[in-house]
Design a protein around this ligand. Structure first.
Ligand code: UD1
Length: 372
């Protein structure tokens, strides 16, 4: 590891649910290297046991060395609080690199602190772009990549985006998709968990749904259309919908209830292995999550992403994903087509092979290059 900081010390910062699946393989790869000290900071952006603790337990992630306990708040409040509380930790640990993951507020906040302290930043999942500036995640991605010294890209389109933005080529490494490391490592356990049977949907095809983006759930009119459409879909086959706390809050405010006779199961958030097990068995996934677009592509499960754009276009061009508008007819038509079609065959994507975390450690610790 070049530059300042304590040689051999890496400091990972995570905060929200999708970060944890990305951290787990890096923590394992770091633990296999006796010369590496890996410090983990949890910002506390997600704090419910079902949004955080269960992921650490199931994925075998060591207990965080520091928890900043920032909790929920406006973007400015949350980002500022993370920065304020992370700065002294970063100074104390004095790592050779701060490693940040994905595109959540914890990612950009930690990257800003490190960059201003002159500590090098490694961004896992660099280069993804939706080009939709109404998404807070797009702002987080662009700013984090601008600050990063190591840009660890999951796919070639991400490398192309960074090149087009003028990022020096020597900083960019095509390491692959680290979340697929977690999927590969966890799939046997997930399959053994038989989640579909536990939810009573193992006798036939079912649809798995997740929706939590502000664009879909914060406007009552849009959310009502989506819920009513899911109710219609659930007349055809069971729909299993683990509900994110943001969405749960909005549904409660609206006072919406499922139409009678519809097999629409609204659940509390479910753990990682259960999600993976349901995804693997689903006839169709309807989502606005980034991670599920990638996991369904890897598993060969058809996916409808309820968004006007995606920062993961490879899941559409090479995978099983299709974008669909948040409108009743568009969703029902696309769902009908996907359910009538033969189940797609999963095609391997370059470096989505379960070994991304090892490549990340090679880049950060050994100075290896995965340049393309
Ligand atoms: C955040 C990320 C988003 C990611 C998502 C995954 C940002 C800008 N957004 O969105 O990219 O896809 O996590 O889940 O970083 N809440 C709880 N318990 C918790 C956490 C949140 O009840 O443990 C509720 C709170 O009411 C909170 C709301 O959910 O206000 C939203 O949480 P927040 O972390 O602000 O954003 P997410 O919608 O979770």
């Amino acid at each position: 590891m070049g530059g300042g900081g304590t040689p051999g010390t890496l400091l990972s910062v995570v905060g929200a649910r999708p970060n944890f699946m990305k951290l787990a393989p890096v923590a394992r790869a770091a633990a296999r290297r006796p010369a590496v000290r890996h410090v983990i900071v949890h910002t506390g952006q997600h704090y419910d046991a079902e949004m955080s603790d269960t992921f650490f337990q199931e994925l075998g992630i060591p207990r965080p060395d520091h928890n900043l306990e920032v909790g929920s708040g406006s973007h400015a409040t949350q980002t500022a609080l993370i920065m304020q509380r992370f700065e002294p930790v970063c100074l104390e640990v004095a790592p050779a690199a701060v490693v940040v993951y994905g595109d959540v507020n914890s990612t950009v906040a930690a990257a800003l602190v490190a960059a201003k302290l002159g500590v090098k930043v490694a961004h896992v999942e660099a280069g993804l772009r939706s080009r939709d500036w109404t998404m807070p995640e797009e702002i987080n991605r662009v700013v984090t990549d601008r600050l990063a010294d190591w840009l660890l890209a999951p796919s070639r389109d991400a490398v192309d985006n960074l090149r087009a933005e003028g990022v020096p080529a020597e900083r960019v490494h095509l390491v692959g998709n680290v979340m697929i490391d977690s999927l590969v490592a966890s799939l046997p356990r997930a399959r053994a968990s038989r989640a579909a049977a536990r939810h009573g949907v193992d006798k036939g095809p079912f649809v798995l749904v997740t929706l939590h983006r502000p664009n879909n759930v914060d406007a009552p009119a849009t959310l009502r259309v989506l819920l009513d459409t899911l109710g219609e879909l659930a007349r055809r086959m069971p729909v299993v919908f683990p509900v994110h706390p943001r969405t749960r809050g909005r549904i409660a405010e609206m006072g919406w209830t499922a139409p009678p006779g519809a097999a629409l199961k609204l659940l509390d958030p479910i753990p990682y292995l259960e999600t993976l097990s349901l995804e693997d068995r689903a006839a169709l996934v309807v989502t606005d999550s980034g991670g599920l677009q990638e996991e369904t592509t890897f598993l060969g499960v058809p996916c409808l992403t309820v968004r006007p754009s995606t920062e993961r276009p490879i899941t559409c061009t090479e995978g099983t994903n299709r974008l669909v508008k948040a409108e009743r007819d568009a969703i029902l038509e696309a769902a009908g087509e996907a359910l009538r079609a033969r189940r797609p065959v999963a095609r391997p994507i370059e470096r989505w092979d379960g070994h991304t975390a090892d490549r990340i450690l090679e880049v950060l610790v050994d100075g290896a290059g995965y340049r393309v």
